[in-house]
Ligand binder design. Sequence first.
Ligand code: GAP
Length: 474
Amino acid sequence: MAAPNIETIVSLAKRRGFVFPSSDIYGGLGSAWDYGPLGVELCNNVKQGWWRWMVHERDDMEGLDSSIILNRQVWKYSGHEETFSDPLVDCRECKTRLRADKLEYSGAASIEEAIQGKQVKCPNCDSTDLTAPRPFNLMFRTTIGAAAEEDDPTALAYLRPETAQGIFINFHNVLTTMRRKVPFGIAQIGKSFRNEVTPGNFIFRTREFEQMEMEYFVRPGEDEPVHQEWIDYCHNWFLTLGINADNLRLYEQPKEELAHYAKRTVDIHYRFFPEREEEERQWDELMGIANRTDFDLKAHSKKPEDAEGKRLNPDSTEDLSYFDEATKERFYPYVIEPAAGVNRTVLAVLMDAYTEKTNDKGEKRVILKLHPQLAPIKAAILPLAKNKPEIVGMAKAIKRSLQPTLRAVYDDTGGIGKLYARQDEIGTPFCVTVDHQSLEDEAVTVRDRDTWEQERVKVSDLQLHLQSRLVTKL
Ligand code: GAP
């Protein structure tokens, strides 16, 4: 089972402290969200799992953490200043801003023609009085320096719209300091910013978000099979997170959808909108795996020159080509780029883990069957009688003994049934109950979130017992 729609997760996330609407006390800020105590743990677990899988468990990978604000030239030569835009349409009637490429029309050759022929309706007010589409650059602008005026072009800078460019401009630094040879990759996790025209659907599309990206440098000609390997490798990662294979699909981007740098891109889609009647509209992008060719390394290099001998990049001081010692060849490596969103991964794992179960009293219970490695809390220690100091003392001591190795909480704010239900709903794999008998036999009851089965475990064995059941690999 999975959540029937995103709204179910929005409500659970707010009720249980995963995600709150940002700036709520001032009326909110369209599509900005704050991650609460459980949300920050879940995000961290996703990022740590990705980093371990992508960097630590491979022999051909290095990590990086580059700046969010880069020299403006980076975005000029990457092509983002010129082409990183969405086609924007305004509704003259209700003033809603719309993305032209998301508007539905039929019977016209193009969206421009359809708008002119009044064949497109504003989805908000049904008016056909829409402006012609115009490009809207998605990069957030800022100014650098204390004396900078708003419109001073020399002070203009951008918040990065992708983490990838920080990797390209550090290609030589990493290559030489780590004595790497192609093929190898550089991975990075960090915030990116896009002034999206139509943000929405909870944390699916926001203006501030976090990416997990990796640029894999290969010899030209070897790019296509390596691209395919990364597509399969990434698809498999989502399966190891416990996501149901039926809710994932691979999507080959048609030529007209490809970004300006891409030769081929395959997206991994998740069924984010299961409530939609039309099957095709149920899916959207969770991650993209692109073949960026040698576009970026060449674009940032002081070479090459064009046919007339004109330097194509007069601002860069470096040539980012690679010299292969074995073959004595110099070339610009091709780049395979798996790029995933932390927030969309969090949304997908929450939706997929959502399960409802009826207890023996006929009451509906929500269980979040998160992968144990992703669960924000691994064990909740619960006293059966909170007015019995010996039981409370023993439960608190058990919590303290577990907390250096796994995230544990103590809770005595309700009856045991209520406490179990609360932990099930936030995805805690184990509840550990301390009762009267525990004082005599030095043992506790361990309850499994998914089966509700209980077993008696000696306190002295508890840590090893829980850890061995938690280590299912990410
Ligand atoms: N460097 C390539 C790149 O940025 P992308 O497909 O634009 O590619 C990669 O972004 C991933 O980042 C997406 O698959 C998605 O998970 C996430 N992402 C992109 N825009 C987002 C947004 N506005 N809100 C949340 N996540 C976003």
